[in-house]
Design a protein around this ligand. Structure first.
Ligand code: FAD
Length: 317
């Protein structure tokens, strides 16, 4: 079932979350067992992130250094199949422009269709760490709206290199990313919303936001999006802060602010355990306020760890 249908049919705020594929060499079963407690809250869908390749340098005897491409977290499509089989939830794989040619995207979408996936989140992806700015693959997409268009073309039976529509078409519901605090490359929020509109014009049906810690930022963003004439669901993304290092790393990585009131509490923390308590309490407050505002779903960034999200969901759902 499509995410938009889940939202339409529910007369309350849904619970959903995002997981990361395990690092290469780690067990899928351990990861699935780790998130199993969250199934108590009946998530209609679970997002599975995608991680593009990274480059590492291998030193060979004799001093030769070789640049090698590797994927630290492969397995997004396999995990989607496992989620369907084990938990009967809708998996939402993330699909990236980065690292994919259009041909590879088409093949991945065919695989996803064959295993019964009906929803995808279409993203550009970040720059390769060694490149500094985003560079599309040869024959790949530069922006998420182009990826959305490729997916919605397939929904019309239009495949690459085919002039005419085929008899068979896919039926993906496509979500896209939104940024209450603006995407870091966009010169202004107005600019960013122009490109959000391009993703919707290309066929996107719902938005999932970047994490935020100040609900007012989400409310202001939704207001601006609605004023721009966009009326599709905007699902808020939430992350409980759980470690001391995240206090520095989350703002730096995701270009977001931590509100002063939260920082006052985090400043008192001496250990990860202290931070986790503050982070969970804050996320519970955020969640309760967002439920009151009748948001479509509360979407938690779990990093495949259930404990903090479980404690929040127990208070909220
Ligand atoms: P786009 O919508 O293409 O926008 C990228 C930038 O380009 C923006 O600044 C936009 O304003 C600008 N822009 C868009 N179109 C144009 C145009 N035509 N001309 C000029 N400028 C334009 N990353 C991963 O690697 N894996 C994941 O699984 C993943 N999951 C995510 C899930 C969510 C909910 C979110 C919010 C982000 C996720 N990301 C993930 C990160 C995401 O890939 C990055 O934020 C990336 O930098 C932008 O992706 P996008 O889809 O928003 O890009």
């Amino acid at each position: 079932m499509k995410i938009t249908e889940h939202i339409q049919q529910a007369n309350k705020t849904l619970f959903s979350f995002e997981i990361l594929p395990p690092l290469k060499g780690q067990s899928l079963q351990d990861m699935l067992a780790g998130i199993e407690p969250l199934m108590e809250f009946n998530p209609p869908f679970v997002d599975v992130t995608y991680h593009r390749e990274e480059y590492i340098y291998k030193q060979h005897p004799g001093g030769l250094v070789q640049k090698v491409s590797t994927k630290k977290r492969p397995g997004t499509i396999g995990i989607c199949a496992a989620l369907i089989n084990k938990f009967h939830v809708e998996p939402v794989p993330h699909l990236l422009c980065g690292g994919f040619s259009e041909e590879e995207t088409e093949n991945a979408l065919i695989d996803l269709e064959f295993i019964g996936v009906q929803n995808v989140l279409a993203l550009r992806g970040d720059a390769d760490k060694s490149e500094g700015k985003f560079i599309a693959e040869k024959d790949g997409h530069c922006y998420a709206w182009q990826l959305v268009k490729q997916i919605t073309d397939m929904n019309k039976g239009i495949y690459l290199h085919d002039e005419t529509e085929t008899g068979f078409h896919t039926n993906f519901c496509v979500g896209v990313a939104g940024y209450p605090e603006k995407h870091f490359e966009a010169p202004s929020l107005t600019y960013d919303l122009k490109y959000l509109q391009a993703k919707i014009d290309a066929g996107a049906s719902y938005v999932v936001t970047q994490m935020f810690f100040d609900n007012q930022k989400y409310f202001d963003y939704v207001k601006r999006v609605r004023e721009a004439g966009i009326d599709i669901p905007i699902i808020p993304g939430l992350k409980p802060i759980t470690t001391l290092s995240q206090i520095v790393n989350l703002p730096r990585t995701f270009f977001l602010d931590l509100p002063d009131a939260l920082m006052v509490e985090l400043d008192k923390c001496k250990s990860n355990a202290d931070v986790k308590e503050v982070g969970i309490t804050w996320a519970i407050q955020q969640s309760k306020e967002l439920v009151k505002a009748a948001v479509p779903s509360l979407h938690y960034y779990t990093m495949s760890k259930a404990e903090a999200t479980y404690k929040i969901a127990k208070e909220v759902f």
